[in-house]
Write a protein that binds this ligand. Structure first.
Ligand SMILES: Nc1ncnc2c1ncn2[C@@H]1O[C@H](COP(=O)(O)OP(=O)(O)O)[C@@H](O)[C@H]1O
Ligand SMILES: [Mg+2]
Length: 378
């Protein structure tokens, strides 16, 4: 009996455990800053950590760290990667380069959103390139490009991928003289996770437009992106793979009917973080979306084409909305997709993965395998 158990463990070790040394690079939300050693032992502050603290700070509409990950996500990843690999924790701060350099991991699982600037998501991948370390996801160019929503739209327009017409506004005073139709959408040029996008971001008049441009330029210190409003159904599509194996997971639809009465039909910061809580979840997503085969094909095709054009790698999540003729348009591309582990948190990528029959752990281990194959790691 003993010998069988021993053989099973050895086979498991050689054939199932691939045992790479993987560095998990992350930025943790400020409210959840903890002290952590590189092997993942965690020392959390007693009173200010945990999802409840984050939720309560977000409820105060402070979206400063909306893009960064919660401790819950980071530990879930650490646990999932740890099922097959050794995990080393690297906070993506100024010391990250030296840590990666001395650790020399076999692979970097990067979820770090980075510090400041339009290239902030590219910081860890750029370090990995300099150190010649294989890393998960898109390269610095794609990560930076996708964080400039206007530049992304320019590239997509060149390739004839439909997206809302737009202009950029550096200062609300420069709006004078524009003859515009309404409604319009006003967004920060360089943000994600609904940062800066509130219920008021859909504007119906010149006065509202001016107020929103003022809010974005002053509060977020960056230009406002003003887009024509796409009035149709909205979807988000999780994509995995590279080259000919690129595939879309089941489409997620955003249900505006579930939002409180009278609010604008947009997936705003309030919709994502304030009105939808684990205690009182909104039925905000349907996955798989109820779409006829022609629409499913059209949505999947525009997303996979966009993924290829922007040279996304391994995984990304792409937002799409229909115009008044039901033609899909790209809203934006997320090469660092949100991956909240708690089902009640309504995170789109894990939700699409579950609809495809993949647990959270399987999703994480699968994307590592996809990336390993791209890097030619055996
Ligand atoms: N041009 C648009 N027309 C209609 N709705 C839009 C448009 N742009 C954004 N939205 C709405 O605002 C939400 C957030 O915009 P998005 O650019 O995806 O920002 P984020 O990076 O914060 O996710 C979208 O999910 C959608 O509901
Ligand atoms: Mg979005």
């Amino acid at each position: 009996m003993f010998i069988f158990v021993y053989i099973y463990i050895q086979l498991n070790y050689f054939f199932i455990r691939s045992d790479m040394r993987i560095a998990l690079t992350y930025n943790v939300k400020k409210e959840e800053q903890v002290s952590i050693d590189t092997h993942g032992s965690i020392d959390r502050p007693a009173t200010t950590s945990g999802p409840a603290a984050v939720a309560s700070s977000l409820k105060r509409h402070d979206d400063t760290y909306a893009e960064w990950d919660s401790w819950e996500t980071i530990t879930a990843l650490q646990q999932a990667i740890g099922l097959r690999h050794d995990v080393m924790m690297v906070e993506a701060n100024e010391d990250a380069y030296e840590m990666l350099r001395s650790m020399r991991p076999d692979f970097v699982f990067n979820i770090a959103e980075g510090y400041k600037g339009v290239s902030r998501e590219a910081q860890i991948p750029a370090m990995c390139e300099l150190l010649q370390l294989p890393y998960l996801g898109s390269d610095p160019l794609t990560l930076s490009l996708c964080l400039d929503k206007a530049r992304t739209k320019e590239v997509l327009t060149y390739h004839k991928i439909p997206n809302a017409s737009f202009f950029i506004c550096d200062d609300s005073s420069s709006l004078n003289g524009h003859a515009l139709s309404y409604p319009k959408m006003v967004k920060p040029l360089h943000e994600g996770s609904s940062k800066g996008i509130y219920n008021t971001s859909m504007v119906h008049s010149y006065t509202e437009l001016k107020d929103e441009v003022e809010r974005i330029t002053v509060r977020y210190g960056q230009p406002a992106l003003v887009e024509s409003f796409l009035p149709g159904r909205e979807f988000t599509v999780a994509i995995m793979g590279n080259g000919s194996t690129t595939r879309a997971l089941p489409i997620v639809e955003i249900n505006y009917d579930s939002l409180p009465e009278g609010v604008n039909p947009i997936y705003s910061f309030e919709a994502k973080w304030v009105w939808d809580t684990p205690d009182q979840p909104l039925e905000i997503f349907t996955c798989p979306a109820k779409v006829d085969p022609a629409l499913q094909r059209a949505v999947e095709t525009i997303c996979v084409d966009t993924y290829r054009i922007l040279r996304c790698r391994d995984w990304s999540r792409i937002d799409v909305r229909l115009d008044e003729h039901n033609t899909p348009h790209i809203i934006e591309v997320n090469p660092l997709p949100g991956i909240l582990p708690n089902e009640d948190d309504n995170s789109c990528f894990p939700k699409a993965a579950r609809a495809a029959g993949m647990s959270y752990q399987e999703l994480i281990l699968t994307v590592i395998d996809i990336s390993k194959e791209r890097w030619g790691i055996l």
